[in-house]
Design a protein around this ligand. Structure first.
Ligand SMILES: *Cc1c(COP(=O)(O)O)cnc(C)c1O
Length: 363
């Protein structure tokens, strides 16, 4: 072991050393159906209008630390109750980190269900918190109320995360069970509505009905993943405390200007996400017609499939070799054995994926 490695071993926190860095595979030259991005770009006229705005934006000055204009645009666009507090993050990932800072501490527990969004676990671990993952039902990925409530009673988590709809399974959890979780949780319950553009279900209007409910959203999945912008809405007193852990100026000036501009064209994004919802149903029907696999219904912009025949890693490689990148989840969790996840793209992209999948089975 050389000197650098020795010092690293001594000083980098053991829980950080133990983490496998989040790996983003190269997608160069591939049809990209791996990361739940919106496949549509902007019309020329809108690009020109945006470019003119950016041209007038001075970046020698710090951005507005409260991002007041953008926050109001988000309040309107996402129908956030007027008396709720709102804080913004550099993606909702940063908000998960703020929550770890604000509610963390030795022996504190972050709890979520599994399989779900990997950042809940990762950020808890590298923040030195304990993470508890409660398994979902093995057949349909629903919440298991008895197990979940027992784990909450035992571990007294500071934060409970529920992705609604859930990633990577695509389903919405039962409202009644979520309400029981909120009632039973001693700390904060975060309903992560990253996929809200693709479902009508939401807890946004229930903010204030409970002491401990907050709702997290992002603009990533609606079509602004490149801007990095998420938000947390909830009772103002909670948001005020959590906001103390936010780094000043975390939403840069280009993001503030660009997202405020984009939200003025919300209708365009609504049309795009509506098209994706329709494409999702077509893709699901096509997948269901392939006997070798099980496709799970989805309220998000992706579909989880389990291969009943063949090996998911081999099929994944064969699909990529034909120019389509999806996500191989088969080694990520026992309940996802032999599972792949495909993001809903344009009709052409989905057709290319289906053709590649069918061919992968024939070879
Ligand atoms: C994609 C995703 C996020 C991350 O959103 P960003 O705002 O891009 O950081 C959060 N939660 C879930 C469940 C997601 O799938």
């Amino acid at each position: 072991m050389n000197e650098i490695e020795k010092r690293i071993r001594q000083w980098i926190r053991p829980e950080v050393q133990a983490i496998n860095a989040y790996h983003v595979p190269s997608s160069e030259g591939l049809i990209k159906l791996d990361a739940m991005e919106n496949p549509y770009t902007w019309p020329e006229a809108m690009r020109d209008e945006w470019a003119a705005l950016i041209r007038e934006t001075d970046v020698n000055r710090y951005p507005d630390p409260q991002a007041a204009i953008l926050t109001q645009a988000l309040r309107d666009a996402m129908e956030i109750p007027g008396d709720a507090g709102v804080l913004l993050g550099n993606g909702s990932d940063e908000i998960i980190q703020m929550l770890a800072l604000a509610l963390g501490g030795e022996q504190r527990v972050i709890l979520s269900v599994e399989p779900s969004f990997v950042m809940y676990r990762m950020i808890a671990e590298f923040s030195g918190l304990r993470y508890v993952g409660v398994p979902l039902d093995a057949s349909d990925f629903s919440l298991q109320p008895e197990v979940l409530l027992a784990e909450i009673a035992q571990h007294q988590p500071a934060v409970v995360y529920l992705a609604y709809p859930n990633n990577p399974t695509g389903n919405l959890f039962d409202d009644d069970v979520i309400e029981k979780v909120i009632a039973a949780a001693p700390g904060l319950v975060v309903i992560d509505e990253a996929y809200s553009p693709f479902t009508d279900a939401t807890f946004m209007q229930r903010i204030g009905d409970y002491d401990n409910l907050v709702v997290m959203r992002t603009v990533s999945k609606m079509g602004l993943a490149g801007l990095r912008l998420g938000l947390l809405a909830g009772p103002a007193a909670w948001i005020e405390q959590i906001d103390k852990t936010r780094l000043p100026y975390n939403i840069n000036r280009l993001t503030q200007v660009s997202a405020s501009f984009a939200l003025k064209h919300k209708q365009l994004f609504d049309e795009q996400t509506k098209a994706l919802r329709l494409a999702r149903e077509t893709l699901l029907t096509e997948l269901e017609s392939i006997p070798a696999l099980t496709a799970f219904p989805s309220d998000a912009n992706f579909i989880l499939v389990r291969l009943e025949q063949g090996d998911a890693s081999e099929v994944f490689d064969a699909i990529r070799a034909q120019g389509v990148l999806i996500k191989n989840l088969s080694n990520s969790h026992p309940l996802l054995a032999n599972c792949l996840r495909v993001t809903v793209g344009t009709q052409e992209e989905n057709a290319a994926f289906l053709a590649a999948l069918r061919r992968a089975y024939q070879s």
